[in-house]
Design a protein around this ligand. Structure first.
Ligand SMILES: C[S@@+](CC[C@H](N)C(=O)[O-])C[C@H]1O[C@@H](n2cnc3c(N)ncnc32)[C@H](O)[C@@H]1O
Length: 281
């Protein structure tokens, strides 16, 4: 099958293993890519892949469709501010800690990670400088990460962003919204393949987080890979921390976690592991 040959080629050339991705999704994206090139014959596409190294990157980009926006699904951001970040900050202050670690896994072009940065800035205000905020954001797509570091966005990515936030955190140039440098500096981007066996983004130094967002990424994966990645994400969260998933991502995956032993064979020792996992509404 064409999709198997393309997967084998990408594994060889780029070290990207797509075998755990949903096959129907891979087939659809491959068809769309071939249609865009005006190619209908599978052998002709394989020839193209063999003769044009840039096509390897383009098919990876075609597979990692990265639709996103600032404050995507606003109700989630409201809950994040009121029920997650504010109480987290109170608890940290009570414990005389002033450090918050966040990981946006599958961050696409950065809007999600920057939305967290803006939210923390809004909550902490004049206290911000007395806190250590570490916001790590990773993605498979080099192109998406380039956009993320440039931090210049078209109007449609701002649909859920309040006017006051737009004024304070962006400058508008030629109809494009440029994030102000003080917010850009709050987020650290790097390339990371969530399906790799590495526990957390290499740059994050210590691999545990108070908050992990992995929204609209698990939908790419078939069930066994979803479980493996979810397991890796939950292991990277501190006790009492939070995981935010996308709305279409399945709750039943989380219920499996409650009974599952942690690495080293220790049983999950929280009274209810689900208490530490926040499913996006
Ligand atoms: C639809 S976007 C989600 C963006 C953002 N989290 C949101 O919900 O708005 C999915 C992202 O997952 C990334 N992705 C897919 N497979 C990945 C992998 N194995 N490792 C890291 N990122 C991956 C894609 O490149 C894409 O940018």
């Amino acid at each position: 099958m064409l999709v198997d040959r393309v997967m084998a080629e990408l594994l060889r050339s780029r070290g990207i293993d797509l075998s755990g991705y949903r096959r129907s999704m891979l087939e659809r994206r491959l068809e769309a890519r071939m249609a865009a090139l005006g190619i209908s014959d599978p052998d002709a596409y394989l020839d193209r892949l063999a003769s044009d190294p840039a096509e390897h990157d383009r098919i990876i980009e075609a597979i990692s469709i990265n639709v996103t926006s600032f404050f995507r699904n606003p109700v989630v951001w409201e809950i994040l501010a009121q029920s997650v970040l504010r109480p987290m900050i109170e608890e940290k202050l009570a414990a005389r800690q002033r450090e918050i670690r966040v990981w946006s896994a599958g961050c696409a072009s950065g809007e999600e990670a920057y939305s967290v940065a803006i939210l923390l800035h809004e909550i902490l205000r004049s206290e911000l400088s007395s806190w250590k905020l570490h916001i790590f954001a990773t993605d498979l797509s080099e192109e998406a990460l380039r956009t993320a570091t440039q931090a210049v966005y078209p109007r449609e990515r701002m649909e859920n962003t309040r006017l006051g936030i737009l004024d304070q955190y962006f400058t508008v140039k030629n109809g494009l919204y440029e994030l102000r440098p003080f917010v850009r500096r709050m987020v650290w981007f790097s390339r990371d393949d969530l399906t790799s066996s590495r526990a957390a983004p290499a740059e994050s130094v210590y691999g545990t987080f108070d908050l992990v967002l992995c929204r609209n990424v698990l939908i790419y994966f078939a069930r066994p890979l979803q479980e493996r990645v979810l397991d890796k994400l939950t292991r990277s969260i501190v006790q009492g921390g939070y995981l935010v998933l996308g709305e279409s991502e399945v709750l039943e995956l989380l219920s499996n976690l409650v009974d599952r032993p942690r690495s080293g064979g220790d049983p999950v020792d929280e009274p209810n592991a689900l208490e530490h996992v926040h499913q996006e509404l």
